[in-house]
Design a protein around this ligand. Structure first.
Ligand SMILES: [Zn+2]
Length: 327
């Protein structure tokens, strides 16, 4: 096997204080929960519950919680139609457009929430590009947002915005979006369809939303009720494809809505299977020293505690891999 290029760049000394002990930086803001109306049919408390577990649970000293600033209009329009962006910012979206997104009823807080959530993703991207290793956003993975409309709880597409910003801001030429959420990354696929520098891979349940699928570069479909073994085989295949592509950056949509306990998932994945999935991705990242941003993605278990547990496993595993990659 040929050695992977560019390993040496990650041996540079740390460039900022957060790196002195290699804690995993995670962007978070209370508005991730508070910006969603309490009556919305969405488990909004999952953000608050997860950040509390990260702050007080096992290995809490391995994390560094950072506060985002709002993404700018100029950052959003790299992936979105300016009319759509302006209509959202000016509260001019039609009822039909809002209904397609969900998270209703909306409050005016949905605007700063969306901008801060996007800002968190962009800050995590900037961090890994400057420092190497991992960073995460404790929300997002908004893969159902398209160029000029939102859908399925997603207003703007953080994966597409970060991909396109990484191309222009950091002059990258090879980025891989690995989307392991149970739902297809349809918005990401269409926005990045003609962008050869970005490889889009989606592992998802065929019989789940969105029912009209887009075309990613690679769609690895699982049938309803698929279990750990089948899912892990597809993840191995996704990583083989990624390896061939030799990316300089990985954007990982790490939704845990494939858990058997998930209300929307339709798969039969165990907590252990989900952890194994994350370890496979992170082992690959460590082996090849690729800067990686972790986007939370979906998770709707009933009770929600199973989702929180799986996301905590995810970020803990990322923190441990971050120690390995930077030490
Ligand atoms: Zn999902």
């Amino acid at each position: 096997m040929a050695p992977y290029p560019d390993k040496s760049k990650n041996n540079n000394p740390p460039k900022d204080d957060d790196k002195s002990n290699h804690r995993l930086p995670i962007w978070y803001h209370p508005i991730y929960t508070d910006g969603i109306h309490p009556d919305a049919r969405f488990p909004r408390d999952r953000y608050t519950k997860l950040v509390n577990k990260i702050k007080t649970g096992e290995c809490s000293d391995q994390f560094f919680i950072k506060q985002p600033i709002e993404a700018t209009r100029n950052e959003l329009i790299v992936a979105h139609n300016p009319y759509y962006v302006d209509n959202f910012l000016n509260q001019n979206l039609s009822e039909k457009e809002i209904k397609r997104i969900g998270l209703t009823p909306w409050t005016p807080q949905i605007i700063p929430r969306t901008l801060l959530l996007m800002g968190g993703a962009i800050a995590a991207l900037d961090h890994v590009m400057k420092n190497g290793g991992f960073a995460g956003n404790l929300a997002g993975g908004t893969h159902h947002a398209h160029h000029d409309f939102g859908s399925g709880y997603c207003i703007f597409n953080d994966l597409a915005v970060c991909s396109l910003l990484a191309l222009s801001r950091y002059k990258l030429t090879k980025i891989a979006v690995i989307d392991l959420d149970v739902h297809q990354g349809d918005g990401t696929a269409t926005i990045l369809q003609d962008v050869d520098q970005v490889l889009t891979i989606s592992v998802h349940c065929k019989q789940n939303f969105p029912f009209r699928k887009s075309e990613s570069d690679y769609d690895l479909e699982l049938h309803a009720n698929a279990g750990d073994e089948e899912m892990l085989e597809s993840v191995a295949q996704a990583l083989d494809i990624t390896k061939q592509f030799e990316p300089e950056l990985i954007l990982f949509q790490a939704g845990v809505d494939g858990l058997a306990t998930d209300a929307l998932g339709k798969l039969n994945i165990s907590r252990e299977g989900m952890s194994r999935r994350n370890e496979m991705v992170f082992d690959f990242v460590v082996e090849h020293s690729i800067p990686t941003v972790v986007f939370m993605g979906g998770g709707y278990s009933e009770p929600i505690e199973f989702t929180i547990e799986a996301f905590h496993d995810l970020f803990l595993s990322a923190a441990q891999a971050n120690q390995q990659i930077l030490s």
